[in-house]
Write a protein that binds this ligand. Sequence first.
Ligand SMILES: O=c1ccn([C@@H]2O[C@H](COP(=O)(O)OP(=O)(O)O[C@H]3O[C@H](CO)[C@@H](O)[C@H](O)[C@H]3O)[C@@H](O)[C@H]2O)c(=O)[nH]1
Ligand SMILES: [Mn+2]
Length: 439
Amino acid sequence: MLHRGAQPTVITPIKLAGRQARSGGPRLGPKPTSEAGRGRDLSQICWELRTRGKFSGLANGAGVSEAYVTLATNDGYAIGALVLGHSLRSNNTTKDLCVMITPSVSVAIRSMLEGVFSKVVVVDVLDSGDSAHLSLMKRPELGVTFTKLHCWTLTDYSKCVFLDADMLCVQNPDELFSHSELTAVCDIGWPDCFNSGMFVFTPSHDTYTRLLQHAETSGSFDGGDQGLLNTFFTNWQRVSFVFNMVASATYTYLPAYKQYGGDAKLVHFLGSMKPWQHRYDRNSGSVDIPHGYHHLAPYLNSWWALYMKLVQPGVPDMEVKECLQTVDKEEHIEMCDSIPVFIEEVKAEPSVHIPERDDTVESEGKDRDASMASGGSELTTPAESELQEVAHQLSDLTVREESLEEGKARWERGEPDYLGRDSFENIKAYIDSKLENGQ
Ligand SMILES: O=c1ccn([C@@H]2O[C@H](COP(=O)(O)OP(=O)(O)O[C@H]3O[C@H](CO)[C@@H](O)[C@H](O)[C@H]3O)[C@@H](O)[C@H]2O)c(=O)[nH]1
Ligand SMILES: [Mn+2]
C-alpha cells in the first residue's frame, strides 16, 4: 500500500450505486485519475455524496450535521463496519453514518456499505502532494494511523464520533454528541490514556494539519493512532466505560461488569482476534469460541447474529468470504461449555432492535420512486421492505411463547435463538441472577 510511488492518487468518491444513477440526478464521475480530479478536496466530495446519498443528516432539517465515522482499509474491517452500521441503525440513531475506506476494499463490499452508510468516502494516504504523504515518507509505520486521522477533514459535519470498525452498538449512544472534542474513554491498559476506538471530535482542516505536524515531529509512542492522539489531546475529557466497553475487561472485573455491564452502549472487540475471524456454525447459530475467549461469547454471538441476519445475505460469493469463517455442523465445534444452561430462566427480549425507518430521510433519495414504479408500496422502498421483513422475522422469534422444556430441546437440537430468548440481554440477566445468588 505504501509503495505506489508518485501516482497522483487522491481522496476520491466511489461510484454511487445504481439506484442513484437511475434516479436521473447528476452522476458523480469515475475515480479521477487525471489532473481534473486533483483539485477536489474531501469536503467537496463529501458534500456531493451527502446531497446524493441515501441518508442525510441535513435532510432531517437540523441545519447541522453530526455523524458516526468509521474506517475500513480491507474487506474484513469493512464487514465489521457493516455490522457496526446496522447495529447503530438498529438502535435508532438519529445521526449520519460515514465510513472511510481505502481502494483495497472490494467493489461489492463498497456497494453494501452504501446501503448502510450515508457517506462512503474513499481515502488514500498516498496522495503525492499533501502533507500526509510527506510525513509518511519519514514515518511509514504510521500508515493506518494517518488514514484514521482523515476523519478530521470531514468538515461537512459539525461534530462526529469516531468508532473503530471492530465495535458493536448494543444501546443508543447518541448522547455522546452532547460532549465536545476530545471526549473518550480510559484505556484499560493505561487508564491515564484514552482508548482511540471511540472519540468525540470536531472536524477541522486546521486540526488535521496540526495533527500531521505533531505526527512528524513527535511520532506515536505506540506506533498507532492511540499513541499519537494521546500526546496531542492532553486535555481530553472522560466519559463512562459503557461508551467503549472493551469486551475482554468484563472478564477481569466481573463484579463491576455485573454492576454496570447492563448499561453498555458500545462494545469494543479490541485485540488481534476480531469477530469476523472467529468460526461460526451456521446450523447451530453459534460461534466457535476459542480457549480464553469464553467471556466474549455473548458479544460474539450478538455480532454474528446481526451479521447473519442483515449482512451475510448481501455478501456475494467471492473472495470476501475468506475473511469470514463459517463451518458446517459436521465439523467439530467446541462450544462454550457454560452457554447451554443459559436457556433456562431467560426472558424473551430481542437483542437487536430493528428500527422504524425515518421516512423524511428516505424521501430524500429516489428509492421511493423506484419502488412505486415497480409496483411496491407507496410508503416503502425496496430497502425498507427488506428491513421490515427482517423485523417481522425477528418479532416472530420473540413473541412466540415457548416453554422451558421446548427451549432446552431447541438448544440441544443446535437451534439457539440468539435474537430472542437466547439473546445477549437474557444471557446476561442469567449471569446476573447467578451472581446475585452467589453461584
Ligand atoms: O488493517 C487495518 C487496521 C485497522 N483498521 C481500522 O483501524 C481501527 C483500529 O484498529 P484495531 O485493529 O481495531 O485496533 P485495536 O485492536 O482496537 O487496538 C488499539 O490500538 C489501535 C492502534 O493505536 C487503535 O487504533 C485502536 O483504537 C485501539 O483500540 C479498526 O477498527 C479499523 O477501523 C483498518 O481499517 N485496517
Ligand atoms: Mn479496535
